[in-house]
Design a protein around this ligand. Structure first.
Ligand code: SAM
Length: 226
């Protein structure tokens, strides 16, 4: 899978969470081809401006449609696959496991990170396929949301998690939260691991896990239950 990111701050993607562990391994194995591009390279005036005052007044600056469109066209032409254009935006549909799975089926994603007051609406109308939010709060830019989306999507690329872990065993995969997890030591400061997990009785363990998943979901996220 190929993911292109358009940002005003490419260094935000250097040496961060996309450069370690599972995502790094996926990139090293060419399962994920992540390319980061500087929107400012497509500014045309002598000040290299990428933003301007909002028409009609109001606070802050708005990212320019002409610069964004030029950046997108340039990046799009760098691979045969046109790619699905996603603008990270607090006004978009809120990212869920279901959306992550849909995005993971795309051969190429082009992620656009906004800054300031956001982007000129004409860019959204004419160039963006999907607007995606990572939650109902405002961040200073789309870079962290893009990283969240990339991390979540990359886990679904076949082979990215290795052989031992499956995204189907995680919370949300079947609509429930995961059961609680424990590891050694079996007792610590008098805090015990549930007996059933030490019993070696596989059928009982599976029954316990299922009951825990239902109970947790009912207690913490009743909205997920049918
Ligand atoms: N003026 C915009 C509004 O009120 O809807 C907020 C702009 S925000 C300060 C700047 C940029 O950060 C946005 O263009 C978007 O790319 C990104 N951003 C902020 N919060 C986000 C969120 N919850 N999800 C996804 N992107 C977000």
């Amino acid at each position: 899978m190929r993911i292109d990111v358009l940002t005003l701050f490419p260094p935000a993607f250097d040496g961060g969470p996309l450069d370690v562990s599972i995502i790094k391994r996926a990139r090293d194995a060419d399962l994920l081809d992540l390319q980061v591009h500087d929107i400012r390279e497509h500014a045309t005036d002598k000040h290299r401006s990428v933003d301007d005052y909002p028409f009609g007044g109001g606070q802050g600056m708005v990212m320019r449609v002409d610069v964004l469109d030029a950046a997108l066209q340039h990046v799009r032409a760098r691979a045969a696959e046109p790619g699905l254009v996603v603008y990270l935006s607090p006004q978009g549909e809120v990212l869920t496991d279901a959306i992550v799975r849909e995005l993971a089926t795309e051969p190429r994603l082009i992620l656009v990170c906004g800054r300031y007051e956001g982007v000129d609406e004409r860019f959204v109308e004419h160039c963006v396929d999907r607007e995606i939010s990572i939650g109902d709060y405002i961040l200073t830019g789309g870079e962290l949301p893009a990283m969240v989306l990339i991390d979540a999507v990359a886990r679904h690329i076949p082979g990215a998690l290795g052989d031992e872990v499956s995204p189907e065993d995680e919370s949300f995969a079947d609509g429930l939260l995961e059961h609680p997890q424990y590891t050694r030591p079996a007792e610590y400061r008098g805090w015990q691991v549930p007996d059933v997990l030490l019993s070696g009785h596989h059928a009982n363990i599976e029954k316990w896990k299922k009951a825990q998943r239902v109970e947790r979901t009912r207690a913490r996220r009743p909205d997920l239950l049918p």
